[in-house]
Each structure stands twice: as structure tokens, then as C-alpha cells.
Design a protein around this ligand. Sequence first.
Ligand SMILES: [Zn+2]
Length: 86
Amino acid sequence: MTTKTTKKTAPTECPRCGHDKLDLIHTSPVAGVWEIYHCQQCLYSWRTSEPARRTQRDAYPDSFKMTIEDIRNAVELPVIPPLRKS
Ligand SMILES: [Zn+2]
């Protein structure tokens, strides 16, 4: 019988900006299934069980990658609309 194994090594760089200062912010209720990491530089966060295009720098889409210049010059931030009153 073969068992499918997945890579369980902690990430060393942010998929989006390549920064190496990452925080482990949450772990799965069942130990060892996934972790959630957070980048201290660009604030991207991801769960390790997400696909490679969301979790690995070399697979992350180029058009969504950020450099330190992009982050410093980011002038447009998403606006969260007020809650609707139902
Ligand atoms: Zn980052």
C-alpha cells in the first residue's frame, strides 16, 4: 500500500513578496494538517493546504507578486463599505 505524503516543511519566504519574516498565526484543530502563515512585510496570509500558486513563491502568479517598492507606493487600499441595515 502506498500512502500519499505532502510536504510539511514550514515556508521560508512569502509567496507574494519573498520576505522571510513570517508569523505562524494558526494551526489546524487536528494537529499537522495545515498551518496559517502571515507575512510581516506585505501582510499576505495563506494556509499551507492551499494550492502551490497561493503558497509557493515560484508558483505564485507574477502579476500578483509585490516588491518592497510596490508596497511602499501602494496608495490604493480596498474600501470596506458600511454594513447594510436590513
Ligand atoms: Zn509578503
